[in-house]
Structure formats: structure tokens, C-alpha cells
Design a protein. Structure first.
Length: 143
């Protein structure tokens, strides 16, 4: 089984970007911990980060993964193009957020991609990603 983790805009700055909101873990550290989480479960994991919407759509379309963990970052709140790509690929996608988007500004409380995804997890920092991976592993194992 192969999983792809996609990180959207500004997540390349994790560790120094608003650490009180997003924590002090860098993107490289987060990916290393997720790689281990996947390996411990006998699953292959690949990682991709882009700031550009089109690059995220290309990654979704070009993926050969069995399931995708997607933190579309700010695109979550307005990218109908990413939502359409999620719908188009026919691969289960789980939406994740490090922060609890429902406890933040009004514009973050709405996701235009959520309805296209299998489910959404937010508010647990790096654990959001691990929970999403575990959800996909269970879902794909019971297929
Ligand atoms: C985020 C939440 C988004 O609202 C924000 O734009 C991000 C990160 C999160 O992981 O908490 O860039 O997706």
C-alpha cells in the first residue's frame, strides 16, 4: 500500500511560521516522523509540498498512491479547482489541518474541499496526519 502526503502553501515554513499556532516541528521533521509511522505499519509513504495551486492539482492527478492525506492549507477555504481534482481522481483523500480551523477566523471554518474527501481531521498538530494515515490504512485494508 502506498500513501501520498500533500502539504499546501506556506507549510514549507513550518517550525518558524506562527509557531504558537502551528508548532515548532519543521516540515522535514514532520515528514520523517510520518515516514516512520507508515513504515511501522508496513506502508510506503511519499511526500510533496507546493505553494502553487496548479502544482497541487498536478500532484493529485499524477499520483499512483492508494490514498492521499491532503493539507491544502489556505486553498482549503477557496480552491474549487483542488476540490474538483479530488473528485476527479477517484482515490480516497483525507483532509487534514494542524490547527483547529473551527476555533480560528471565520474564513477558516469553511472547507470547499471537505465534501470531496473521505473525511477531515483537524486540531491535533502532527497527530492529525497520523490519524489520517491510520484512517486510510484501515479503509484500504478493508476494501
Ligand atoms: C492549516 C489551516 C489553514 O487555515 C491555513 O491557511 C494553513 C494551515 C492547518 O494545517 O492548520 O496554512 O491548513
Amino acid at each position: 500500500m502506498k500513501l501520498l502526503v500533500i502539504h499546501g502553501p506556506n507549510l514549507n515554513l513550518l517550525g518558524r511560521r506562527e509557531p504558537e499556532v502551528y508548532g515548532r516541528l519543521t516540515l522535514a521533521e514532520l515528514n520523517t516522523s510520518l515516514q516512520k509511522h507508515a513504515a511501522d505499519r508496513g506502508v510506503e509513504a511519499a511526500f510533496f509540498q507546493a505553494n502553487a495551486e496548479g502544482a497541487i492539482i498536478d500532484a493529485l492527478q499524477g499520483s499512483d498512491a492508494d490514498g492521499i492525506v491532503l493539507n491544502a492549507a489556505a486553498y482549503t477555504h477557496y480552491s474549487h479547482a483542488i476540490a474538483d481534482a479530488v473528485k476527479a481522481i477517484g482515490v480516497p483523500v483525507v483532509e487534514v489541518h494542524l490547527s483547529n480551523v473551527f476555533a480560528r477566523e471565520e474564513f477558516r471554518r469553511h472547507s470547499v474541499i471537505a465534501a470531496a474527501c473521505k473525511g477531515s481531521i483537524c486540531g491535533f498538530s502532527a497527530l492529525s496526519y497520523r490519524l489520517a494515515m491510520d484512517a486510510l490504512i484501515e479503509l484500504l485494508s478493508n476494501k
